[in-house]
Design a protein around this ligand. Structure first.
Ligand code: IMP
Length: 178
C-alpha cells in the first residue's frame, strides 16, 4: 500500500500559537522558582520540544534531556512494554520533570514510560503531549498538558513520521492511501 499527503490538519501558525499557550500553562502551574527537567522522547517530540522550551522564561532553570524508546509489539500493535535505546544523561531524583511527547495514541508507551521514570523518584512528573488521539486509548494515562485532540487518523509532519517519512514538514497533515 502506498500513501500520499492529505489535507493540513494543523498549520504551522496554529501550532506556534498553541505551543506558546502550553508554555504559559506550564509556567503558571510550576512557577519559576524550582527548576524543570524537560524530557523529550526521540525522535518525534524533538521539534515540539525545541519550540516549547524557547517559550519558557529566562529565569526558569530549564534543563533538557532526551530518551529514545520503542515499544515491543508485532509491528502493527504496541504492547506497551518499552525498550530504552537511549537513556537520560542525568538523574531525575528530586527534580521536577515534564515528559514531552509528540502524540499519545493507545497510551501504552507513555504509561510504561511513566512507570520507569516514577521509579527514579522525581519530585514531580508531568506529561505534555502535542496531539492526543483520545478515541484510541487502551490504558488511562494522565496527560497534564495537551496541544490538540485529534481524530483517529494518521498524521505526519512537525516531527511525526510515516515509516520515517515526512517528519520535516512544517504543518501537520493527514496521510491518505494512494
Ligand atoms: P501509543 O500511545 O503507545 O499507542 O504510541 C504512541 C506512538 O505511536 C507515538 O509516539 C508515535 O510514534 C506513534 N503514532 C501514533 N499515531 C501516530 C500518527 O498519527 N502519526 C505518527 N505517529 C503516530
Amino acid at each position: 500500500m502506498s500513501y500520499k499527503l492529505g489535507e493540513v490538519i494543523l498549520s504551522r501558525d496554529t501550532i506556534a500559537r498553541r505551543v506558546k499557550e502550553l508554555a504559559s500553562e506550564i509556567v503558571a502551574d510550576n512557577g519559576t522558582d524550582n527548576g524543570l527537567v524537560v524530557v523529550g522522547i526521540l525522535t518525534g517530540a524533538s521539534f515540539f520540544l525545541t519550540d516549547l522550551v524557547r517559550e519558557l522564561p529566562e529565569e526558569l532553570d530549564a534543563r533538557i534531556d532526551f530518551m529514545s524508546v520503542a515499544s515491543y509489539g508485532d509491528g502493527t500493535k504496541t504492547s506497551g512494554v518499552v525498550r530504552i535505546f537511549h537513556d537520560l544523561k542525568s538523574s531525575i531524583e528530586g527534580k521536577n520533570v515534564i515528559i514531552v511527547e509528540d502524540i499519545v495514541d493507545t497510551g501504552l508507551t507513555l504509561s510504561h514510560l511513566l512507570d520507569i521514570l516514577k521509579s527514579r523518584k522525581p519530585a514531580s512528573l508531568k506529561v505534555c503531549v502535542l496531539l492526543d488521539k483520545y478515541e484510541r486509548r487502551q490504558t488511562e494515562v494522565k496527560v497534564d498538558y495537551c496541544g490538540f485532540r485529534i481524530p483517529d487518523k494518521f498524521v505526519v509532519g512537525y516531527g511525526l513520521d510515516c515509516a520515517g517519512k515526512w517528519r520535516h514538514l512544517k504543518d501537520i497533515k493527514y496521510v491518505v492511501e494512494e
